[in-house]
Ligand binder design. Sequence first.
Ligand code: NAD
Ligand code: UDP
Length: 328
Amino acid sequence: MKKVLITGAAGFLGSHLTDRFLKEGYYVIGMDNFITGDKKNIQHLEENPNFEFIEHDVTKYISIDGDLDYILHFASPASPIDYLKIPIQTLKVGSLGTHNLLGLAKDKKARILIASTSEIYGDPLVHPQTEDYYGNVNTIGPRGVYDESKRFQESITMAYHRFHGVETRIVRIFNTYGPRMRLNDGRVIPAFMGQALRGEDLTIFGDGSQTRSFCYVDDEVDGIYRLLLSDYAYPVNIGNPNEITIKDFAEEIIKLTGTKQKVIYQDLPVNDPMQRQPDISLAKKLLGWEPKVDRAEGMKITYEYFKSLTEEELYKSEHKDFSSYTTK
Ligand code: NAD
Ligand code: UDP
């Protein structure tokens, strides 16, 4: 049985990846410190003999007994309001955390895949974004902590590949959504869904003309799975090219949820990218991958998930309490 370590396993993507690898017959070690994740996302695996969980902060030295075939490094705050509230942890998990995991991969002779992001393109001047675009990032802006942590992560990963011969994979993930997103993490889909379910107006930041391209989680996980098993060491975009403005997206959610509320406009966050759409030609060619779930279908499943949350979860509107997590 092949053994895989998944960091960020209690998070949105990490928990779905864990399910997929278990389904494919792997033994999975999940690792997380719960800073933005939730025990609930992996509760269903408690009795699974092929799953074990280690509560650990990956920015600290990591020790794993026995062999390891694959590592997937998905630990990192991923929502703009999360990484604005915990900027130092965000920088550390992409830098120190990635360094530790690359060291572990080298030691175990394991293949490692790291979760990069469309954010490395910043507010892109090339559209759609191809892997050879270097990006347009403000290093010292509020989003810089995330963007630069991910850019450093790509650099150190390529250095371990070139200098130490470690087998590495880099996925550039574009906005992904689905069940298990944290309702109050501030990302646009949980934000709009929570607002619709609570009977609040939907908050559009800026004039809503900025675009995003949303990928359903099962498609994203399938692309990542294929990339890990491929022999390609350079970055690959995995996302859904179906682009929409945030204003039109809010209207779609109003229709889907049947809410009687309206949209209201608030200030656009600093350096909020104005457009984002993956060019997925490379993924198509290399991995034979393209997304299968259209937005209407994916959003319906996601809405069912948010509807199934308890009243307490729905009205727990305060943002996550990070006070017990050290930055030392
Ligand atoms: P998430 O917040 O749901 O999950 C991240 C998980 O990492 C959480 O469970 C958190 O507790 C854990 N974590 C954070 N710091 C840690 C540390 N120091 N030690 C151990 N665990 C730690 O976010 P997500 O959406 O699932 O994102 C997962 C990964 O995918 C991240 O690396 C993110 O940058 C990347 N990504 C996600 C998206 C997306 O649209 N969801 C887009 C681009 C990139
Ligand atoms: N957004 C919005 N209202 C909200 C939350 C987000 O209009 O309540 C906008 C945000 O400004 C951005 C887009 O939706 O332009 C996607 O935001 P998200 O935080 O989901 O992801 P990212 O900006 O990282 O792509």
